[in-house]
Write a protein that binds this ligand. Sequence first.
Ligand code: CP
Ligand code: NVA
Length: 312
Amino acid sequence: MSKTLRHFLDLNELPLGELREVLAASSAMKAKLKAQKAGGAPADRPLTGKTLAMIFEKPSTRTRVSFDVGMRQLGGEAIMLTGAEMQLGRGETIADTARVLSRYVDIIMIRILNHDALLELAQYATVPVINGLTRRSHPCQVMADVMTFEEHRGPIQGRTVAWSGDDNNVLASWAHAAERFKFNLNVATPPQLAPNKVMRDWIKATQAPIVLGNDPEAAVRGADCVVTDTWFSMGDKDGEHRHNLLRPYQVNARLMRLAKPDALFMHCLPAHRGDEVTDEVIDGPQSVVFDEAENRLHVQKGILAWCLQAVG
Ligand code: CP
Ligand code: NVA
């Protein structure tokens, strides 16, 4: 009997139960890997014989290495492809690329700025497709962030996460996660860099527990977790104007003091120290940024196993 294709494209498209299944699998695999490294039994290799194609139109450190290592740890293999080296870079269509790759590999992960291109790839692929970041969203990252929050502070449901920065792909996935996992999300962006109408309409329609505003102090007051990200996402134009708009949104010790005393600090990395976050905060005791980075590995494995219906 053929199984239904499982893509991992956006958090708001998946039922909470499936997201929880991914997180549970990720935590179990993390525990088994730690036990193996401590001299215990070898961790399971449920993706033996499977191949992942990774397409990167844009640079990556964490996503690239964690998917590659994750696939190897699960017994499979990964092939690294860059858009420029593929015929995609010379005009072959996304649809044809999807059809061809589906004849060779078992699963595809793509980082591409154009979100519609991701959707087209998923439409024409006959194997699962994973969103490795688009201009619109970064779901794998926020799954790792939810896992990290819960490891440190217990269930995220009902807790409050604050965002200080511009509207971007990571914020969109945090918003999707807030709606699914039922936590409060307080957002502070400059008015000129606020979530667009599509996001605002989605928040209204879903009644997601998300408050949009422009005041970073109001957003972080009493929060359980403070999150920020680069002021210049891939595809953004760097410039003094953007810098000036975002300077009041920097997460520094003064802003962190307004959050709960045990609030966590999160950042997906790479960080631009001195811009969106000070050294004092990112290197301070509340920061869990390297736990987030580590959890990218465990979550990628959970996502891969879930997509390939190999969750034990
Ligand atoms: N956080 C993240 O996705 O990092 P990379 O761009 O290095 O993959
Ligand atoms: N918002 C950032 C995330 C990088 C992982 C970007 O899109 O560049």
